[in-house]
Design a protein around this ligand. Structure first.
Ligand code: OAD
Length: 247
């Protein structure tokens, strides 16, 4: 682990907001988005992660998310030590902890996190475009799948926030950012708005801001800790829990 920049948390911490991105699930075997050439599992973002792409070719988009869902359900895809450490933080920290994830996998829940929000949706859910009702989903769906609520063909879509759409839970996330004392950003490149601006909201309210990532991104956090999430997140959680225990 390499501490690029370090500053002590010299403020009492009562409320924490944690933001996670694809990097926290990388060591569990799920590919990040911008790992190499900007393609997501060999597809252009415009084709598989926009409402226009879905309107143009719904079969391709369904097939793409069916593949991601089936990958997530494979036995070897499991939460890693970083997911576990955040669940521990939620259960052992005496104040408020809100976990906000950009990830559409279910690894945080499987690690034991409960107070969490999926701002970009969930792979294991689908939505009726007519009623907006959301259903659990483990099997494949296609353009010809019949919706469980309206019994119509062609109304189902993945419960995923695509580019150009409003992320979920923004009022609740903004309120938590405005009142937190510590903001942790883990495994996200900071390329996608509005999550990329969360640290600025927290900082404007005098929270301590920390980035934990394989490499330092362009965003100016007060503290940057570089390394694999499975190592640096458990260490940082230990530090936070020790700091509230010591007088
Ligand atoms: P990215 O793929 O853009 O960034 C992943 C970040 O994780 C990079 O900064 C990597 O350096 C870092 N990283 C990789 N492996 C790591 C490890 N083992 N430990 C720690 N850090 C590691 O993913 P996101 O920032 O999450 O949106 O992308 C944000 C959004 O863009 C996604 O939610 C998705 C995508 O388009 C939607 O699907 C709506």
């Amino acid at each position: 682990m390499q501490a690029v920049e370090s500053s002590p948390m010299n403020r009492p911490v009562k409320s924490i907001v944690v933001l996670t991105g694809a990097g926290i699930s990388a060591e569990s075997g799920i590919a990040t988005f911008r790992a190499s050439d900007g393609l997501w599992e060999n597809h252009r973002i415009e084709d598989v992660a926009t409402p226009e792409g879905f309107a143009r070719n719904p079969q391709l988009v369904h097939h793409f998310y069916n593949q991601r869902r089936q990958q997530l359900l494979q036995d070897h895809i499991r939460p890693n030590a970083a997911h576990m450490a955040l669940a521990r933080l939620e259960h052992e920290f005496p104040g408020e902890v809100l976990l906000v994830t950009q990830n559409v996998d279910n690894l945080h829940e499987r690690a034991g996190s409960r107070k969490m929000l999926h701002m970009h949706g969930e792979l294991l859910k689908m939505r009726c475009q007519e009623s907006n009702l959301v259903f659990d989903l483990r099997e494949d769906i296609g353009f010809d799948s019949v919706c469980r609520c309206c019994q119509t063909i062609g109304n189902l879509r993945p419960h995923i926030v695509w580019f150009g759409e409003m992320p979920f839970h923004m009022p609740q996330i903004t309120r938590a950012l405005e009142s937190c004392d510590l903001f942790m950003s883990i495994g996200t490149s900071g390329n996608v708005y509005p999550a990329s601006g969360f640290y600025q909201i927290a900082r404007s309210r005098h929270a301590h801001t920390v980035e934990l990532n394989l490499e330092q991104t362009a965003s100016s956090f007060e503290e940057h800790i570089c390394g694999p999430a499975s190592e640096i997140v458990p260490e940082f959680v230990e530090r936070v829990l020790c700091s509230v225990q010591s007088p």
